[in-house]
Design a protein around this ligand. Sequence first.
Ligand SMILES: [Zn+2]
Ligand SMILES: [Zn+2]
Length: 179
Amino acid sequence: MAKQTSKKKPVKGAAPLPSSAPEKHVRPSWDEYFIEIMHAAAKRATCDRGRSGSVIAKDRQVLATGYVGSPPGQPHCDEVGHEMHKVINDDGVISEHCIRTIHAEQNVLMQAAKGGVSVEGATLYCQMTPCYVCAKLIVAAGIKRVVSFRDYQRGEKSKALFAKAGVQYDLVHSDTERY
Ligand SMILES: [Zn+2]
Ligand SMILES: [Zn+2]
């Protein structure tokens, strides 16, 4: 994600900086900035099977934040345990998922809806490639770019949908999040 920054030409006749000068502060890129906020939101998550966060931003401004959690006022996994659900995947493998919580990507969309904020044309930042349900909601909400911090081992359908729907999908780290 490192961006190539163009170095400014030194001003003619300017004295060189003494070697003891403190290193110049490097500002994070906009993607890095929103990902940091996404990680901060994730700390509020209430299910230890995946403490994810999500941020929706447009025109360099945060529109909404969200994290994995039960519907407001409902008991949390951290207090009452998970609500497990078995799923038979396309490859025949049975996997178990906790369905007590709303995914971070759904919660960030709901927060925008609750406040009447349009997310059309915005970018959604998330911990890992969204699941297929979240991917469909993201497309329906008019999100135009998705930035995932890590990949998800069952994220192929979501990526295919993004490609078909014209949603730009960017992956920060190529390693896969096991979930
Ligand atoms: Zn849970
Ligand atoms: Zn999801």
